[in-house]
Design a binder for this molecule. Structure first.
Ligand code: G6P
Length: 615
C-alpha cells in the first residue's frame, strides 16, 4: 500500500528515489511519481500509471537532475489509478509538491471550502486537498511552510504520512506523520533519507528515526534533524539502529520473493526461537513473560485480534492457549472488533498480531483495548513499527523482512511465537506437567528440520500444479488445528492465482459446500494422523462419493488415504498442535506454483497491498 521515499543531500536524488520505490514495490501499488528540485531551482514532477519501470520510461528523456526529491507509489483509494491521480500533487502556484500515505477523511469539506475560495483542483484525490490547503493558508496569511502546515494539520481529520518539497526552500524536505508510518534515515554526510518503511533506507544507513504521531520533521541537508509537533513544541528524536542486510531484501536467486520466503522458513523459525529456547531444548524464556508475568497469567480472558493471515495464526493461538493454559480465548477480526462496542475488561489481555506492525485496523483495535484498560500484547515482525510501539509488551517474530504480498514465513513465525507463549504461560500457571512441557519444547525445536522435509515436496507440487489451473473454485478442508491451515491455504490461492477458494472445517462441509462438489472441483484436505484422523477420512469419502477430486496432505507412511485420494502429499509427523507449521508449507507451494502456471505476478498480486495502512 502506498510507499514514500525521499532524499536530500549532496548525491543525485533521482536514482536513490527510483531504487527506493523498487524496494517498496512489494507493498502493492498502481501508479508512481517523483518530484525533484532541479539544480536551477525548478520543481519538476513526473508521474505515470503502472509500475516503477513505467515511471522510469516516462522520465528517460527528461531532466532528472537535483539533490532533493520525493517519490511515491500509490494504491488508489480516492480516484482511479491514473497519472493525474498519482502523487506527488502540486499546489496551484506550482511551488509545493506533496506525497501522502493514508486517508484524509474530511477532504470533501476541506475541498468545498477551498473551491469556494477559488482554488482549482486537478485530481480526484484526497491528497491534493492537503497541498492546496497548505499553500492557501501559507499565501493568505504570509506564513512559512512549517507554520502553514501546522495550521492545516489542525484542520485535517484522518491518517497521513506526508512529505513536501518547496521550490522556494530547495534545501529542506518537510514531512509529518499521523497514524501512518514514516522513517527518517540519517546519512553519514549530513544527508537524509525518508521512507514509509526502512527497506529503501537500509542500504545507505543503519541510523533511523521513526517519527511519532503528531511529529513534523524538517530534513535540511547538513543540519541536525529537527522535529516539532503541530503546536510547534520541539520533540527529541530517538535514533535507532536497524539491522536489515541487503541480502534480506534481495531475491537470493529465487524467481519470486514468495518462493524465497517459503524456503527460508526453517531458518526463520530457528531465528524466531534463538535465544528464547535454550540449546538443551528444555526451557522457553520470553522476556515479555518475565516482565509482565502477573498481567499475563492473571488474565481472565485473552482476545486475539488481527487481519488476514495474522487472523488465521490467531485461530491456532486460541487452540494452543486454551488447551495448554485453560484460559478462554476469543479471536476477532480487528476491523470488526474496533467498531462493535465489544466487552473489554481490565483483566483481559488483548494480543494484537500483525506482520507489518502497521495495519490500521489492528492499530485501532489496540487503541480501543488500551482505552478500555486491557493489557495489550503485540506480536509483530517489523522492528520499531507502530504496533510494537503502541503495545505494553510483546514478542517479535524475527523472521526477517517479508516482501511477497502473500504472507508465508510471517504466518509460521506468528504460530511459533504463539506456541512459545502458550507453553511459557502454561508453565507459569503450572497447567502443564514437566514431562509434557519438555516433550513439547523439544518437538518445537525439531520443527525447522520437519519443515525442510516438507519442502522436499516442492517438485511434486510443481508437477501437480498445472492440473489445477483450470479450476474456478477450490475447497480446502481441515479440522482442529488444521482448520485454520485450510483457511490459510485457501487465502494463499485466492490472493495470488485469483481462483476462488474456500477454507472450511471438514465436518461443516455437509452443511453447505458439499452442494458445490463435482468432478470439476478440486478439494484439498489436510488429513494428518491426529485425533480427528478417522473423522477426516470419512469427510474425504463424502467428497469422493460426489465425484470430487481429492488431494490429501497425509502423514508420511499413510497408505489408507492413498487408496482413494487422487493425489497425496506426505508430511513429516509431529505433535498435533504443531502440525500447522508443517502443513502450511505444501499449501503455500501449491498456491505459488498454480499462480506461476497461470502467469500471475506472484509477489505483487492485483488489488492487494502488503501493508494496509488504511481502514
Ligand atoms: C494484507 C496482506 C495480508 C496480511 C494482512 C494483515 O491484507 O496482504 O497478507 O495478512 O494485510 O497484515 P499484518 O501486517 O497486519 O499481518
Amino acid at each position: 500500500m502506498c510507499g514514500i521515499v525521499g532524499y536530500i543531500g549532496q548525491r543525485k536524488a533521482y536514482p536513490i528515489l527510483i531504487k527506493g520505490l523498487r524496494r517498496l514495490e512489494y507493498r502493492g501499488y498502481d501508479s508512481a511519481g517523483v518530484a525533484l528540485i532541479s539544480p536551477e531551482g525548478d520543481l519538476r514532477v513526473f508521474k505515470s500509471k503502472g509500475k516503477v519501470s513505467d515511471l522510469e520510461a516516462h522520465c528517460q528523456d527528461k531532466d532528472t537532475g537535483g539533490t532533493a526529491g520525493i517519490a511515491h507509489t500509490r494504491w488508489a483509494t480516492h480516484g482511479e489509478p491514473s497519472a493525474t491521480n498519482a502523487h506527488p500533487h502540486y499546489s496551484a502556484s506550482g511551488r509545493l509538491a506533496l506525497i501522502h500515505n493514508g486517508i484524509i477523511e474530511n477532504y470533501l469539506t476541506l475541498k468545498e471550502n477551498l473551491v469556494a475560495r477559488g482554488v482549482a483542483f486537478r485530481s480526484a484525490t484526497d491528497t491534493e486537498v492537503l497541498v492546496q490547503l497548505v499553500e492557501h493558508i501559507m499565501l493568505a496569511n504570509g506564513l512559512s511552510l512549517l507554520e502553514a502546515l501546522q495550521v492545516a494539520l489542525h484542520q485535517v481529520i484522518g491518517a497521513y504520512a506526508i512529505a513536501i518539497l518547496d521550490r522556494e526552500h530547495p534545501d529542506t524536505i518537510v514531512c509529518a506523520r499521523q497514524s501512518s508510518p514514516l522513517v527518517v534515515g540519517l546519512g553519514a554526510d549530513g544527508d537524509f533519507f525518508l521512507a514509509s518503511d526502512a527497506s529503501p533506507i537500509a542500504e545507505y544507513t543503519d541510523r533511523v528515526v521513526y517519527l511519532n504521531d503528531g511529529d513534523i520533521a524538517l530534513l535540511q541537508a547538513g543540519h541536525e534533524l529537527r522535529i516539532v509537533n503541530i503546536e510547534n513544541e520541539a520533540q527529541q528524536p530517538t535514533v535507532r539502529h536497524i539491522d536489515v542486510t541487503l541480502g534480506q531484501l534481495e531475491k537470493g536467486g529465487y524467481p519470486f520473493f514468495m518462493l524465497k520466503e517459503i524456503f527460508e522458513q526453517p531458518d526463520c523459525l530457528l531465528d524466531c526461537m534463538r535465544g528464547r529456547i535454550n540449546v538443551e531444548a528444555t526451557r522457553i524464556t520470553l522476556s515479555a513473560v518475565i516482565d509482565y508475568g502477573r498481567q499475563l497469567t492473571q488474565a481472565r480472558r485473552f482476545i486475539i485480534v488481527g487481519c488476514g493471515t495474522s487472523w488465521h495464526a490467531a485461530l491456532i493461538g486460541k487452540q494452543l492457549i486454551e488447551s495448554l493454559c485453560r484460559i478462554p480465548v476469543e479471536v476477532e477480526y480487528a476491523s470488526e472488533f474496533r467498531y462493535r462496542n465489544p466487552v473489554i475488561r481490565a483483566d483481559d489481555v488483548v494480543i494484537a498480531i500483525s506482520q507489518s506492525g502497521e495495519t490500521a485496523d489492528t492499530l485501532a483495535a489496540i487503541e480501543l483495548a488500551r482505552s478500555a484498560g486491557a493489557f495489550v500484547f503485540g506480536i509483530s515482525n517489523a522492528i520499531g513499527a507502530s504496533i510494537p510501539r503502541h503495545t505494553q509488551t510483546g514478542v517479535y517474530i524475527h523472521v526477517g523482512p517479508e516482501i511477497g504480498v502473500a504472507s508465508t514465513k510471517a504466518f509460521t513465525g506468528q504460530v511459533t511465537v504463539l506456541a512459545m507463549l502458550a507453553l511459557c504461560l502454561a508453565r507459569e500457571l503450572s497447567a502443564i506437567s514437566d514431562a509434557a512441557y519438555a516433550d513439547m519444547v523439544t518437538e518445537l525445536t525439531r520443527i525447522p528440520d520437519k519443515m525442510r522435509q516438507a519442502l522436499r515436496s516442492n517438485e511434486q507440487i510443481e508437477r501437480l500444479a498445472p492440473i489445477f489451473t483450470y479450476a474456478r473454485n477450490c475447497l480446502y478442508l481441515g479440522r482442529g488445528y488444521n482448520y485454520p491451515v485450510a483457511l490459510e491455504g485457501a487465502l494463499k490461492l485466492k490472493e495470488i492465482s485469483y481462483i476462488h477458494a474456500e477454507g472450511y472445517p471438514a465436518a461443516e462441509m455437509k452443511h453447505g459446500p458439499i452442494a458445490l462438489i463435482d468432478s470439476e472441483m478440486p478439494v484439498f484436505v489436510i488429513a494428518t494422523r491426529d485425533t480427528l484422523y478417522e473423522k477426516v477420512v470419512s469427510n474425504i469419502q463424502e467428497v469422493r462419493a460426489r465425484g470430487g477430486r481429492v488431494t490429501a496432505l497425509v502423514t508420511e507412511g499413510d497408505t489408507r488415504i492413498r487408496q482413494f485420494a487422487d493425489h497425496v502429499i506426505e508430511l513429516p509427523d509431529t505433535l498435533e498442535c504443531f502440525q500447522p507449521l508443517v502443513a502450511a508449507i505444501p499449501l503455500q507451494l501449491l498456491a505459488y506454483h498454480i499462480a506461476v502456471c497461470k502467469g500471475k505476478d506472484v509477489d505483487q498480486p492485483r488489488n492487494l497491498a502488503k501493508s494496509v495502512t488504511v481502514e
